[in-house]
Structures are given as structure tokens and as C-alpha cells.
Design a protein around this ligand. Sequence first.
Ligand SMILES: [Fe+2]
Ligand SMILES: [Fe+2]
Length: 163
Amino acid sequence: MMKKSVQDIINKQINAELYSAYLYLAMAAWCQGENLSGFAHWFKVQAKEETGHAMRFYKHLEDRGAEIKLAAIGAPPARWNSVLAAFAEAYKHEQKVTSMIYDMVDLATKEKDHATVSMLKWFVDEQVEEEAQTLDIVNKLKMAGESKGALMQIDHQLGKREG
Ligand SMILES: [Fe+2]
Ligand SMILES: [Fe+2]
């Protein structure tokens, strides 16, 4: 039987992952409006991944016979001042999600919920990837600076992301 505190924090994380998907979809829509379809594609793929994360938590609750409680998803912002500003926010958001995952590991460990601790290991590793890939794009955009040519080059490259 899963402890209520663990069940609650996983339900909260389902919401956070779906908010992440919403945030990245909003960034995709904004990029598309700026005629940056490569960046838009990258964010759409990322949004799909976040939905996948939510479903991993959903399945864990399902497998453990725990209650699934879906709360309202907040509205994300709709506009950014630059692509760099959007990616800087995405990076900051991923850092926040990492700290949420760490809090979950701490709670599951305290509650001796080894199955949840084991499930969370995948997320600990995944967050290293998520932070690294977002930071990489932030750094590339900083290098591009005011160069439209460099921006278009990064747009082209990100447009090739699979998923
Ligand atoms: Fe995620
Ligand atoms: Fe993420």
C-alpha cells in the first residue's frame, strides 16, 4: 500500500509534467509565430516527452493501486522577448523540476517506499539530460548573439530533432 504522502507528491508531479508540456507547447507556438519553425519543432518534441513523463508517473500510481487525482493545469506565458529568453526560462524550469524530483526521492526514501525510489532513478538520470541539452542551446544562442545567420543555423539544426 502506497503512503498518502507519496501518492500526493506523485499526483502533484503528474500536474508539473503536464504543465511542462504546456509551457513548451506555448514556446513552440511563439517560435512558430516568429517564423522559427526549427525551434518550434524542438519545443513540440519536448512537449511530447513531458507528456510521456506524466504518463510514467500515472502508470506507477496505476501499477501500485494508488489513487490518481488530476488537478487543473496552469496557463503558461504566451510571449518571450527573444529565443534566448525562452530557452533561458526552459533551462530554469528544468532546474526546478530536478529539485522537485530530488524532493520526491527524499520523501520516498523517508517513507521506505523502495519501489518509488527505484522508479524515480530514471527521472534523476533524465533530468541530467534535460538540463544539459537545454543549457547547450542557451549557450549556442548566447554565442550567436545578434547574428541572424547564426540564429537561422541553430533553427535549422534543432528542426532535425527526432521524435
Ligand atoms: Fe519532465
Ligand atoms: Fe523536462
